[in-house]
Design a protein around this ligand. Structure first.
Ligand code: Q46
Ligand code: ZN
Length: 318
């Protein structure tokens, strides 16, 4: 197979585009897709400061690398989740990358700052780990962006992630979530803008990007991901994609163009008035915000008792 752009031997085939790319043209293709997503959805304006939420995985490190190369003022934000060796290793990958690019990294460590990690927080609040983790991330990313004077928080959600979330929302007809599944959540009082510049690139492309750019990243799945429904949705979509390349992208982009406008009004109506959290001041429907309630539930069970972290699993290679 030859590169679609320059006819040199291809190093990767992207079946969705029915195309092969050599290394140089593939890296350009990735940058082009990010540039187009940012422009098309007005994610970042010239001169704005971006805070990239980096986990140590391929997507967020590739995103940070791409934004820096595209000339954005992009700093990284790493949140230590207190998930045993997984968190130690993922933090090390992030620090190595930041050093190699001489980029600014902001770090927040959940255990040393708030006295608990995701496993302990989830146990105390009787939530599944990904729920405790997700609400902590949303709260702390937003707070870090506002405190640091950033205009926008960028996350490494790629096409596979968004298509899997969409499938889950459609299977349950979660119309409120469907109305909010936007690639850009605009800024509002107490909220920084949130953007997903990787929506035009798939998981496999991001792994290839990191390999070709020499970016080391944590390959293992988070050990708390067991039972996460999105892994099953991704596997189902991969089977469909295998039989019919391009289905995943058609599903997601078709939703943005033709589905989302139907659900957006209902979702906007559902958003009631927000008041400052009685503890931290973050906007919340009433009383304490979900993150402060999580902090309090850990305090209520006394000294946070370490919860064993499950054995790590290797990420399935496709
Ligand atoms: S880090 Fe957190 Fe993920 Fe681990 S606990 Fe779940 S949400 S799986 S992206
Ligand atoms: Zn709060």
């Amino acid at each position: 197979m030859r590169c679609r752009r320059c006819r040199a031997p291809a190093v990767i085939e992207v079946r969705r585009h029915n195309a092969g790319f050599c290394s140089t043209c593939f890296l350009r293709h990735c940058a082009e897709q990010v540039r187009r997503a940012i422009e098309e959805h007005k994610m970042v304006a010239p001169g704005e400061r971006v805070l990239v939420a980096v986990s140590g995985g391929k997507d967020s490190l590739a995103l940070w690398d791409l934004l820096l190369d595209l000339g954005y003022q992009a700093d990284g934000l790493y949140l230590g989740l207190g998930i045993g060796a997984y968190s130690d290793e993922s933090g090390a990958y992030v620090r190595t990358f930041a050093e190699s690019r001489q980029a600014r990294l902001v770090e927040i460590d959940l255990p040393s700052r708030f006295g608990f990690g995701v496993p302990e927080g989830a146990a105390a609040a009787r939530r599944v780990p990904c729920s405790a983790c997700g609400l902590s991330k949303r709260h702390l990313f937003n707070q870090a962006a506002l405190n640091g004077g950033y205009d926008v928080v960028a996350t490494g959600h790629n096409l596979d992630d968004e298509a899997a979330v969409l499938l889950g929302n459609v299977l349950r007809w979660s119309t409120d979530y469907l109305g909010r599944q936007e690639p850009v959540l605009p800024e509002a009082a107490g909220f920084a803008r949130k953007v997903k510049p990787l929506i035009r690139l798939g998981e496999r492309e991001m792994a290839a990007y990191c390999v070709l750019r020499g970016i080391d990243y944590i390959v293992e799945e988070c050990p708390m991901a067991e039972g996460n429904r999105h892994l099953g949705y991704k596997a189902a979509l991969n089977l469909i994609e295998e039989a019919s390349p391009g289905s995943k992208q058609a599903f997601y982009t078709g939703f943005l163009a033709r589905g989302l406008p139907h659900f957006r009004p209902e979702s906007e109506e559902d958003r009631g008035e927000l008041k400052p959290c009685t503890t931290c001041g973050a906007p919340t429907p009433s009383g304490q915000c979900a993150f402060c309630r999580l902090v309090d539930s850990v305090a209520a069970v006394g000294e946070s008792t370490p919860v064993p972290v499950p054995t790590r699993r290797r990420r399935a290679r496709r």
